[in-house]
Design a protein around this ligand. Structure first.
Ligand code: NAD
Length: 372
């Protein structure tokens, strides 16, 4: 079938949904691929490389009107007008945005949101949340290191000794664990907190200290297990004890990386203004949860702001800052997902009974299947 790869139109989105490597695989799987001219340019995949892989180049209109369209981000209203009713869309389609999902259904699409894939072993190779969050965690530490007026490692020089930076990571999911590993590699002393008890061992295995907020009731312990690997909102009493402990650790920190999220809900507030006020001048906070309201109320979307002498970095799309690798991993995620909805003859064959397919399917031929 014909696969279209449009250039992403969202401002600042530098990633692309297919690379020459994955295009080559689509061609060998008997698909035809039309790539919008310049689709991979911002991620450093030139048009020539797509042509060498077997694609043809076309306009946005041609790429969007394919029977199967691969995107990074959900299509804009303008893009939707170019898409054909009955066509299939695969991308990160924001499954918690009801209006967005409705607009995909209204456009008559069969739409798969890859973020909705279950966190099961078989889905790991198509897990876009993990592939992208991992890069975001890495990049967050580099941004912090760049902004910080001091060094990360302890350094003994003829001119004196420099102390190692103290890094606190809040939320130790995929992004947080990579942030811990990256900060450790740079030589920082790292502490981290998470609600899920399973995170303790993972944090410690990376050489960081776990900020332990003991459970005082069975209810707290039960809620903290989460659902499907994801956190649930913790009871207010636990949150208050966590806030007090985290605030103490944050006041000692030079760098805070926050990544705490609860699916479909606003991000929990973990670093208060009072804590920021008590931090040392020149400290840095990178708030990876800023798009969902932030783990710190002072961070601002897509800005670096200085408040109470502390720099707060609130970029919302860190994977787009490492677009070549982010696209390579995302494109492989998409390639793996397509194996569940196409057959060996290059035809559409949606395995609706497959739990991954069923979870990702948001609309089918224009009917909304999932309310956000
Ligand atoms: P996420 O982005 O939804 O959240 C980030 C982290 O914030 C989570 O670890 C969460 O527990 C934590 N958090 C929420 N509230 C918090 C609070 N008040 N204080 C501190 N931390 C808080 O999570 P994610 O990175 O998408 O990972 C979610 C889970 O999925 C993890 O358990 C991860 O190990 C698991 N996972 C499983 C697979 C798989 O088996 N296929 C793949 C990837 C991730």
């Amino acid at each position: 079938m014909q696969i279209g790869i449009p250039r992403e139109s969202l401002q600042g989105e530098t990633r692309v949904a297919a690379t020459p490597e994955t295009v080559k695989k689509y061609i060998s799987a008997k698909h035809q691929v039309v790539v919008e001219t310049g689709a991979g340019a911002a991620a450093h995949y030139p048009d020539d490389a797509y042509v060498a892989a077997g694609a043809t180049l076309g306009t946005a209109e041609q790429a969007l009107s394919a029977a199967l369209v691969l995107k990074v981000r959900t299509p804009s209203a303008g893009e939707l007008t170019s898409m054909k009713p009955g066509s299939v869309l695969v991308g990160m389609l924001d499954p918690f945005n009801p209006e967005g999902l409705q607009s995909l259904a209204t456009a008559g699409l069969t739409a798969f949101a890859l973020e909705a894939a279950p966190r099961i072993t078989r889905a790991q190779s198509l897990d876009v949340l993990s592939s992208q969050a991992n890069l975001a965690g890495y990049k967050a530490v580099l941004l912090a290191a760049n902004q910080y007026g001091r060094l990360f490692p302890m350094m003994m020089t003829a001119a004196g000794t420099l102390k190692a930076a103290r890094v606190v990571v809040l939320g130790a999911g995929v992004a947080g664990l990579q942030a811990i590993a990256t900060a450790k590699r740079l030589g920082a002393v790292v502490e981290a907190s998470d609600v899920r008890p399973a995170a303790k061992e993972q944090i410690e295995s990376l050489g960081a200290k776990f900020i332990d907020v003991p459970f005082e009731t069975d209810e707290e312990r039960e809620i903290a297990q989460g659902v499907g690997g994801y956190a649930r909102p913790m009871p207010a009493a636990w949150m208050a004890r966590q806030a007090a402990l985290v605030s103490e650790r944050c006041k000692q920190a030079d760098i805070i990386i926050t990544t705490a999220l609860i699916p479909g809900r606003p991000a929990p507030t973990l670093v208060s203004e009072e804590t920021v006020q008590a931090m040392k001048p020149g400290s840095v906070i990178v708030d990876l949860a800023v798009e969902r309201g932030g783990n710190c109320p002072l961070s601002e979307k897509d800005k670096v702001v200085v408040k109470h002498g502390v720099s707060l970095i609130g970029y919302t799309n860190l994977p787009a800052m490492v677009a070549t690798d982010a696209s390579a991993l995302y494109a492989r995620n998409v390639l793996d997902f397509l194996k569940l909805i196409t057959d060996a003859e290059g035809q559409l064959a949606i395995q609706r009974e497959d739990e991954i397919v069923a979870a990702c399917l948001m609309s089918s031929d224009g009917n909304l299947l999932r309310s956000a």
